[in-house]
Design a protein around this ligand. Structure first.
Ligand SMILES: *Cc1c(COP(=O)(O)O)cnc(C)c1O
Length: 387
C-alpha cells in the first residue's frame, strides 16, 4: 500500500527542508543559551533569536519588540486572554468571542470567567461568519477584549478582522485574534487590520511543533498583560523560560519562506482545493460545502456527504489522510462545535470532512484522492453499513 495522501495540513505540516537546514546548526555548534551574555556561545544564540524575531515581526507587519515567543498558539492564546484579564482587573472585565473559535480560546475564556470575567459567546450564520450588528450590540464600555479568529481551522472561513477591530476600538476594547491558520496562508498586517493581540504557531506553517508567538501591540495602545509563566523574566517578563532557539530559528525561516511565495502559492493551493472540491461535488450527489466559499482560506474545504458517517467513510478511504472536526478533539464523540454553531444537524456534522492541502500536495495526489473518496462515498451509499 502506498503512503496515504496527506490532506490534513490544517492539523499540522511537515517541516520544510529549508527550515530543517537552518535549524540544524542551532542543535549542534550554535547551542548556546541566548540569556548567557558573558560569552560568545550566548551571543551567537541571541543573534539567532533576534533574527527569528525580526522575520516573524516582518511577516506580521510588526516591530520585533512586539513579539513574545511561546511554545505554540495555545499558550499564546492563554497568555493573551488570561494575561489581559489579570492585567486589567478592576478596569474592564468583559470578553466577546465567537462559538466557532478554537478550543484554546473558548477554554481560556471559561478560565477567565471562573476568574471573575464575563464572557459573551456570539453565534455565526450558516456561512460561518460573525454578524457585525450582533457584535456591536454585545460590546459595552466594560468590554476588555474582542477575541475573533482570523481564519477557522475546520472550515477555512475568514472573518472580517478589520471591521471587527474597528467596532472593538470604538468602545475602547482590545482586538485579539487567533491567526494560527492565517499566518503563511493569507497576507497579515497587524496595523492595517487594527489587531492588538495575535496568536500564531510554527507547526501550522512548516516549522516544527513546540514554538509559537504572541504579537502584543506596545504603542497606541500599549497592551498590558500579566505573565502566565514566571521565572527568569524572559520575553519582557511575559514568558519566562529559556528560549527555544531551534524552534525560533525554524519559525522565522518558515514565515519568511511563506511570505516570499505567498501569492503564487495561494493560487496554486486554491486550484488544487477547487479541483478536489469541484470533482467531489460533481460525483457525490447532494454533497455540499460547509461555510462561505467567498471568504475562505485558499487551502481548505469542509464538505458534508449527507448520510455518509465519517466513522464509516474514513475506514473506506485509508489512502487519504483527512480530518473530521478538530484534530484536537477527534477522540471525543461529539459533533464539531464549529459545524453545529453554523447550524448543521448532528448527523450532517458527523458526515463532514475537512480537506486541507499544502506545500507538498501535487495534482496527481488530488486526482488519486478524488477517485478514492468518490469510490468510498459511493460504496457506503450503495451498501449501507449497519449500526
Ligand atoms: C492548531 C491551532 C491552535 C493550537 O496551536 P498549537 O500551536 O498546536 O498550540 C490554535 N488555534 C487554531 C486556529 C489552530 O488551528
Amino acid at each position: 500500500m502506498p503512503a496515504p495522501i496527506y490532506l490534513d495540513y490544517n492539523a499540522t505540516t511537515p517541516v520544510d527542508p529549508a527550515v530543517v537546514e537552518v535549524m540544524l546548526p542551532t542543535l549542534t555548534e550554535h547551542f548556546g543559551n541566548p540569556s548567557s551574555d558573558g560569552h560568545a556561545f550566548g551571543w551567537v544564540a541571541d543573534e539567532l533569536v533576534v533574527q527569528g524575531r525580526e522575520q516573524i515581526a516582518a511577516a506580521l507587519g510588526a516591530q520585533p519588540e512586539t513579539i513574545v515567543f511561546t511554545c505554540g498558539a495555545t499558550e499564546a492564546v492563554n497568555l493573551a486572554i488570561c494575561g489581559a484579564v489579570e492585567a486589567y482587573r478592576g478596569k474592564r472585565d468583559h470578553i466577546v468571542t465567537v462559538a466557532t473559535e478554537h478550543k484554546a480560546v473558548l477554554q481560556a475564556c471559561e478560565v477567565a470567567e471562573r476568574d471573575g470575567a464575563r464572557v459573551t459567546v456570539l453565534g455565526v450564520g450558516p456561512d460561518g461568519l460573525l454578524d457585525l450588528n450582533e457584535l456591536r450590540a454585545a460590546i459595552t464600555d466594560e468590554t476588555l477584549m474582542v477575541a475573533v479568529m482570523w481564519a477557522n481551522n475546520e472550515t477555512g472561513v475568514i472573518q472580517p478582522i478589520h471591521a471587527i477591530a474597528e467596532i472593538a476600538h470604538e468602545h475602547g476594547a482590545l482586538m485579539m485574534t487567533d491567526a494560527t491558520q492565517a499566518v503563511g496562508k493569507v497576507p497579515i498586517d497587524v496595523d492595517a487590520a487594527g489587531v492588538d493581540l495575535l496568536a500564531c504557531s510554527g507547526h501550522k506553517c512548516y516549522a516544527p511543533k513546540g514554538v509559537g508567538a504572541l504579537y502584543r501591540r506596545r504603542r497606541k495602545p500599549r497592551v498590558r498583560l500579566a505573565p502566565m509563566i514566571v521565572g527568569g523574566g524572559h520575553e519582557d517578563g511575559l514568558r519566562s523560560g529559556t528560549l527555544n532557539v531551534p524552534g525560533i530559528v525554524g519559525f522565522g525561516k518558515a514565515v519568511e519562506i511563506a511570505v516570499t511565495h505567498s501569492d503564487d502559492e495561494a493560487s496554486r493551493l486554491a486550484a488544487l482545493r477547487d479541483r478536489l472540491e469541484g470533482a467531489l461535488l460533481d460525483r457525490c450527489s447532494d454533497a455540499r460545502v460547509n461555510g462561505t466559499t467567498e471568504h475562505r482560506l485558499p487551502n481548505t474545504t469542509n464538505m458534508v456527504f449527507p448520510g455518509v458517517r465519517t466513522r464509516d467513510l474514513l475506514p473506506a478511504m485509508r489512502g487519504v489522510a483527512v480530518s473530521t472536526g478538530s484534530a484536537c478533539q477527534t477522540k471525543t464523540a461529539k459533533p464539531s462545535h464549529v459545524l453545529t454553531a453554523m447550524g448543521l444537524s448532528g448527523a450532517d456534522a458527523f458526515a463532514s470532512v475537512r480537506f486541507s492541502v499544502g506545500r507538498f500536495t501535487t495534482e496527481a495526489e488530488i486526482d488519486r484522492a478524488i477517485e478514492e473518496i468518490a469510490a468510498a462515498v459511493e460504496k457506503i451509499r450503495t451498501e449501507p453499513v449497519t449500526v
